[in-house]
Design a protein around this ligand. Structure first.
Ligand SMILES: C[S@@+](CC[C@H](N)C(=O)[O-])C[C@H]1O[C@@H](n2cnc3c(N)ncnc32)[C@H](O)[C@@H]1O
Length: 423
């Protein structure tokens, strides 16, 4: 496993230094090493703030920049010692050897000493890693608008491993039995074992698709879409497109990314909806500019965003996204909302959603839109629409947070608002 650990260190270095999502990186771990690599990288990212803090306490001076792969190896080794079941001697031996290979003798000696100290009281360090606040200082400004108790619960949920949810075309009870899954109040199924999704019954036939429970709520909030002409503006990979089609809407799916649209096309083909949907590869803004006024009954704007609401699945967002990203995405969202307003018929709706925890991309975005567009109002979402209570806020929009549905294993953070054109 020597090489797999070096590859993990290089991967995490790319994620942190180049600010990219782990899922976006092409991995070359191979089938045998992939589960180990995924587990190690995600565990380390969930505890990244704490691991760095602990390592700092052991170091008399900073590890030179040119040897930072060795530093990543050490951080991963601490995570592996504390949270995984590998024998400590194997972690220490492999790491010392790997540190030597990527840096020098001095650092490999230091790695040996640090890891032996950690091994001396693993329970102590595990407990410490559960206490250290996992939210880095750079992320705290993104949580503006939440109170201290909420921020504490958000922080705790960083340590939780998310469950896998699926949306079914029909018969949730039957599928829950077949897949040994739990039915959530809105009809999503939560899998107990999601190790081999693509070989599970019903996947190949397109009877269901993977979709976090929170991600299924925007289309549910739209209400009855049967026979409605809907444009899904940022559609790929198509979870919400599939829901719209299952609800009987006439759908145009637009996305800027050809690769992601190909994934959408494959998903629609698997689910049996390929013939029903029109797929357009375009910048949504260009699409809006070339669309005539009042062309649609509804716009689904599942807008590009910081994706900070998905930190349980992608813990790296906590370390790679900053206020600048939110400001940049909020500008794009504002333009997309602004231009969507024109293509919706009178009484038609814009369903706006983002998988962001930052209120600047959700609540504030909508307040700002309504100040500028007196011809729109919020059409309050109801518990009857989304079938999960406790998520609807006073203004009629939905804010989900990672600790909602906690007893069942939480959910992604989403903001969802239904706007109606009244003039
Ligand atoms: C949050 S994902 C959408 C998820 C999708 N609605 C679903 O439910 O499966 C955001 C999508 O927006 C697309 N996107 C980003 N900027 C865009 C733009 N300017 N125009 C159209 N699509 C865009 C991305 O390629 C990405 O597929």
């Amino acid at each position: 496993m020597a090489n797999v650990r070096i590859k993990c260190a290089q991967t995490i270095q790319t994620i942190i230094e180049d600010k990219v999502f782990f899922a976006e990186l092409k991995n070359d771990f191979g089938e045998k090493d992939l589960p180990f690599a995924n587990m190690l990288i995600l565990t380390a990212l969930r505890h990244w703030t704490g691991l760095n803090e602990i390592l700092r306490t052991f170091l008399k001076k900073k590890i030179p920049h040119k040897h930072r792969t060795a530093q990543y190896l050490l951080l991963l080794a601490i995570a592996e010692l504390v949270f995984m079941e590998t024998a400590p001697y194997a972690v220490i031996n492999e790491t010392v050897k790997n540190v030597r290979a990527v840096s020098d003798k001095f650092l490999s000696g230091m790695a040996n000493a640090v890891l032996r100290k950690i091994t001396g009281d693993i329970d102590f360090w595990r407990e410490k890693l559960q206490i250290i606040n996992p939210l880095p200082a750079s992320f705290l400004p993104l949580l503006k608008g939440y109170d201290t108790a909420q921020i504490e619960q958000i922080a705790q949920s960083v340590f939780e491993q998310p469950r896998t949810d699926i949306s079914v075309k029909s018969n949730p009870e039957q599928w829950a039995k077949k897949l040994n899954a739990e039915i959530l109040p809105n009809g999503s199924l939560r899998l107990h074992d999601a190790a081999k999704i693509s070989s599970m019954e019903g996947y190949e036939n397109g009877d269901w698709w993977v979709q976090d429970v929170a991600a299924s709520l925007p289309v549910m909030a739209m209400g009855d879409v049967k026979g409605k002409k809907v444009v899904d503006l940022c559609a790929a990979p198509g979870g919400k497109t599939a829901q719209l089609l299952a609800g009987g809407a006439e759908v145009i799916a637009v996305d800027i990314s050809a690769d992601r649209l190909e994934k959408l096309r494959q998903n629609m083909q698997r689910i049996g909806f390929e013939e029903k949907v029109q797929i357009i590869c375009d910048d949504a803004l260009d699409f809006l500019h070339t669309t005539e006024d009042e062309a649609f009954d509804a716009v689904l704007l599942d807008a590009p965003c910081s994706a900070t609401g998905t930190f349980r699945r992608h813990p790296e967002v906590l370390h790679i996204k900053t206020t600048d990203d939110v400001i940049q995405q909020a500008k794009i969202q504002q333009q997309l909302l602004e231009n969507s307003a024109r293509i919706v018929k009178k009484n038609g709706i814009i369903l706006y959603s983002v998988c962001s925890i930052a209120q600047a991309e959700g609540e504030l975005q909508i307040d700002n839109f309504l100040n500028q567009h007196k011809n729109f109002k919020i059409l309050p979402i109801t518990d009857a629409d989304i079938k999960i209570s406790g998520l609807i806020q006073n203004k009629g929009w939905v804010r989900t947070l990672p600790y909602h549905l906690q007893q069942d294993g939480g959910m992604d953070a989403f903001f969802i608002c239904k706007l109606q054109r009244i003039i």
